[in-house]
Ligand binder design. Structure first.
Ligand code: ZN
Length: 357
């Protein structure tokens, strides 16, 4: 699922294309894409509004509209946004379309249909986006933006020390920090050399600082590289390249770039977690409570007497069962990756003609 860097990239790509445009209508072929409106009520409510700005909050795109309103777009698993000429062919995965006065359309394409779009008003008193006047703010429960220049290591520390529990689920908790998901949580923990099952209470001040810096630097680099094009994530200006820079995420069995031992995978809170159990040690205090989770860890051992070697393809002859299983997993992962790349290319081809005004 797209995380902060991916959503930020989509927002940045959209901005020069649609700011200043006026929405004249909308059509929606999958009513559940809309959080709060029926397709008819939504079309009526957005018509005539000008697009003032495009931003992001946590993992949602926020499109500010004239008349004290904003659209939020949650891409979820497979959501994609494109801006195309109105006469461009429309494929069946387009769930919602904003029709612009200049003859173009903003199309929300979403194969799995988990994506959500909502129209909210701004509370005249506090300026917050709300479902209704005087109601709860839409982003009230969301934690701070990790890349906000005003967000300091002191703030991070204060928030950490109010929490209990293990690091991985905490980083995924949007009320703790906005926008971090599975990919960048794993990468940040590896960079900071902190075990995902470590409990917050065992962190010393240098650990806290390393984690703060790792989260920020990885998110910043991922934005620079336009995010990680894994699965269906692509942006109006094309794919990202951060997937090539990921050190442990979805690299089970491959050598840790720091110590060469194989990257391990363990399921924590139903989420795949990737780590190096050599670089990311778990103290005795945490180990007892984590034993049940760690029993399910996979990723194999280092081959005796040598560096890790590639086990895909023709090399997979005469392997031990563990090696064969690893090779099969690698092959499956490659296949998944290729299928996703094909889907992204098809999405872009379907939206060919996507142009700036
Ligand atoms: Zn390592």
């Amino acid at each position: 699922m797209p995380e902060l860097p991916e959503v930020e990239t989509v927002a940045r790509d959209l901005r020069p294309r649609i700011v200043g445009a006026t929405i004249v209508g909308a059509r929606c072929s999958w009513a559940r894409t809309l959080r709060a409106h029926t397709p008819e009520a939504f079309a009526e409510a957005v018509a005539g509004r000008r697009i003032e700005s495009v931003g992001r909050r946590a993992k949602q795109i926020v499109i500010e509209l004239s008349g004290e309103a904003a659209l939020t777009v949650h891409l979820k698993m497979t959501g994609q946004l494109f801006v195309v000429a109105a006469d461009a062919p429309e494929d069946p995965y387009v769930r919602l379309v904003l029709e612009l006065a200049d003859g173009r359309e903003v199309r929300f394409r979403d194969i799995r249909k988990f994506g959500k779009i909502a129209l909210y008003g701004r509370d005249p008193v506090n300026g917050e986006l709300t479902v209704e006047v005087g109601g709860a703010a839409v982003f009230a429960a969301i934690g701070p933006e990790p890349l906000d220049p005003a967000f300091t290591v002191r703030d991070f520390r204060r928030r950490l020390r109010r929490r209990k529990g293990r690091l991985k689920p905490l980083l995924l908790d949007q009320s703790f920090l906005a926008g971090v998901g599975n990919i960048y949580a794993d990468e940040a923990l590896w960079t900071a050399r902190l075990h995902p099952l470590r409990t917050v209470g065992t962190l010393r001040p240098p650990d806290e600082r390393r984690l703060f810096e790792a989260v920020r630097s990885i998110l910043a680099e991922a934005i620079e590289r336009r995010g990680s094009s894994i699965d269906d994530y692509t942006a109006p200006d094309g794919d990202g390249s951060m997937q090539e820079r990921l050190q442990v995420y979805q690299r089970t069995g491959e050598p840790c770039p720091r110590c060469d031992r194989p990257v391990k995978r363990v399921v924590i809170g139903a989420r795949s977690t990737h780590l190096c159990s050599w670089c990311q040690r778990l103290g005795a205090a945490d180990r007892a409570g984590a034993a049940a989770i760690l029993r399910g860890m996979t990723g194999g051992r280092r081959r005796p007497g040598g560096r890790w070697t590639e086990l895909v393809g023709e090399g997979a002859v005469g392997l031990t069962p563990a090696e064969a299983e690893r090779a099969a997993r690698r092959a499956r992962a490659e296949q998944t990756k290729r299928a996703a790349a094909t889907r992204r290319a098809a999405a872009r081809a379907a939206m060919a003609g996507s142009a700036r005004p």
